[in-house]
Design a protein around this ligand. Structure first.
Ligand code: OGA
Ligand code: MN
Length: 299
């Protein structure tokens, strides 16, 4: 534990982290940690416990190469190689997705507008992401923030009747509802649609570690399975508005060398376009595979 500050005794037995809350609804910063140092099993357990409790964790001031980021992320689960969005990977490192507005091969990056509606990562796949980690290498002078909301609280603050209604629903996810996808290369987006046909997942899921129920609906859901789009849309809109009320949100203002970890089973997030698109914003993402889930539907 020498690389992580603890509040426990000096022997490291009581491996509590130096945690500072970021928001009332969710989020905590882990202070005085160096993630390039080898983490022992108790450090990994302590981070995992804090992560389950707070849903998102922030580590500031980290200097992480792609290999170091992959090594750290791999301590927490099986890394996704991003076959669902193969065009966005860092060359030579399929475990890293580039979220950048830097030019790539002389063209505007396809990920320059990633994440612009409320979502949980890879909900349009058969293994929706358990978790993601985003590392900031470059940021605009102002803005480029990311907001996160707590989907456990979103579920818990529904009325009992509404809980029972959503408990029985499956939301159908459509990669075509990714905001900004129509501004990207049409051939590549056609391929993304082919790889990721619409898929239904339970609208309420139980977290495998905490046992807590979380709402699992987002702005990338087109409808509820067995219901029409017209019937579904008002409910999807209500649930998203309910989940993203300001008091249920943490807004992250990035600093270079921040690493933010989020649990995709208990949170949604959105990337804000609140910055000058000519100012570089360059982030590296790793993704942890979730459990197989859902069934492909005809639309
Ligand atoms: C992502 C994402 C948000 C951001 O990488 O999954 O949604 O602010 N990014 O870049
Ligand atoms: Mn995302």
């Amino acid at each position: 534990m020498s690389n992580l500050a603890t509040t426990g005794d000096k022997t490291g037995h009581n491996a509590g982290l130096a945690l500072h809350p970021l928001g009332h609804a969710l989020g905590a910063e882990v202070a005085q940690a160096d993630l390039t140092a080898a983490l022992d099993a108790s450090a990994v357990d302590a981070i995992r416990a804090a992560w389950n409790e707070n849903h998102i964790l922030l580590f500031r001031g980290q200097t992480l190469s792609p290999d170091a980021l992959i090594a750290f992320a791999g301590r927490f689960g099986e890394l996704d190689r991003h076959d669902a969005t193969p065009f966005y990977r860092l060359e030579g490192h399929p475990e890293i997705l580039l979220v950048t507005n830097r030019m790539i091969g002389g063209k505007p990056s396809e990920t320059r507008n990633t994440g612009r509606n409320w979502h949980s990562d890879y909900s349009y796949t058969g293994r929706p992401a358990a978790a993601s980690m985003l590392y900031c290498e470059e940021k605009p002078p102002v803005g480029g923030d990311t907001m996160f909301c707590n989907m456990v609280r979103a579920y818990e603050t529904l009325s009992d009747k509404m809980k029972r209604i959503v408990d029985g629903l499956e939301a159908v996810y459509d990669i075509g509802l990714t905001a900004g996808i129509n501004e990207r290369d049409p051939q590549k987006t056609a391929e993304l649609r082919r790889i990721n046909p619409p898929i239904a997942h339970p609208a309420v899921r139980t977290h495998p570690s905490s046992g807590k129920k979380a709402l699992y609906v987002s702005e990338r859901a087109s409808h509820f399975h067995g219901m029409t789009a017209e019937e579904s849309r008002p409910l999807i809109q209500f649930l998203c508005a309910h989940a993203t009320r300001p008091e249920n949100v943490y807004r992250h203002r990035w600093q270079v060398n921040d690493l933010v970890l989020w649990d995709n089973r208990t949170t949604m997030h959105i990337a804000l376009a609140d910055f000058d698109p000519a100012a570089p914003r360059h982030m590296l993402r790793t993704t942890l595979l979730g459990e197989p889930s859902g069934f492909v539907v005809d639309g």
